[in-house]
Design a protein around this ligand. Structure first.
Ligand SMILES: Nc1ncnc2c1ncn2[C@@H]1O[C@H](COP(=O)(O)OP(=O)(O)OP(=O)(O)O)[C@@H](O)[C@H]1O
Ligand SMILES: [Mg+2]
Length: 236
């Protein structure tokens, strides 16, 4: 993203932010609470429109991305927290992430379930496979509220993965999960590159230092540092 500025409710949330995410890397985005990290994700995924600046994808200037075109463009994101749909089973939540022909809102589509049987069966099988890869196949038919928080986080991750995205935006995937789960998550994230490009927002510094090739540091809406984990560590 190049020179992106965003004002929300009269406040300058991002101030001419330029962040590069090299293809096939894990790139970290760190900074204190309120720095604007989630807003960066919201700009990339089209939930927030920048007042100025632009996105560049594969060297091409990109117009405003429609959030419901994300999957088609090979981009998937997780939400800070979990953001699962409460009335739907884990499996159904994951299936939402695989529905690329979304015409209206994602929730509207989910509730109407306008998939053909063939599409739906294919999507169900894919979704089960991803749940299996994340070792939570037995959670498939449970509601999010019936699952422990770390499992809910995995379901949210599965929902992002089921579309087999080229670019994955992860907003605090390690929030609220155990050290063992974080170590597993680190291996998982590294296993995705270079096939996928990952942009990771995370407060858990050990995870960031372990998995990132490159780190951007944001504070009060501005980039204040960037570099490899070693460079950022030496310049706190
Ligand atoms: N819709 C909005 N209207 C007004 N201010 C907003 C809006 N959304 C976010 N903000 C403000 O923008 C700033 C940056 O928020 P953002 O969620 O991007 O931070 P963050 O770096 O993700 O923080 P955290 O680490 O706590 O998740 C905060 O001060 C927040 O209060
Ligand atoms: Mg945030």
């Amino acid at each position: 993203m190049v020179d992106i500025s965003v004002k929300l409710s009269g406040l300058q949330i991002l101030d001419s932010v330029s962040i590069g995410v090299p293809q096939g890397t894990v790139t970290g985005l760190i900074g204190p609470n309120g720095a604007g990290k989630t807003t960066v994700f919201n700009v990339i995924s089209g939930f927030v429109t920048a007042d100025s600046g632009y996105l560049k994808v594969d060297g091409k200037k990109q117009k405003h991305v429609q959030p419901h075109h994300l999957t088609k463009k090979g981009i998937a994101r997780t939400l800070q927290g979990v953001g699962l749909f409460p009335p739907m089973s884990a499996l159904e939540n994951v299936m939402i992430g695989g529905s690329s022909q979304v015409r209206s809102g994602i929730i509207a589509q989910a509730l109407a379930m306008p998939w053909t049987d063939v599409e739906q069966n294919r999507l169900r099988a894919q979704s089960m496979a991803v749940l299996g890869e994340l070792n939570i196949a037995d959670a498939a038919n449970r509601l999010p509220s019936e699952l422990p928080y770390p499992i809910q986080k995995r379901v949210a991750l599965a929902r992002a993965l089921v579309s087999d995205p080229q670019v994955l935006l992860l907003d605090e995937p390690a929030g609220g999960i155990s050290a063992a789960d974080i170590s597993e998550l680190a291996d998982l994230i590294r296993s995705w590159v270079p096939k996928r490009t990952v942009l990771l927002v995370e407060h858990h510094m050990e995870l960031v230092m372990e998995v990132c090739d490159l780190i951007w540091v944001l504070d009060a809406g501005k980039v204040i540092a960037a570099g490899t984990p070693d460079e950022v560590r030496r310049n706190p």
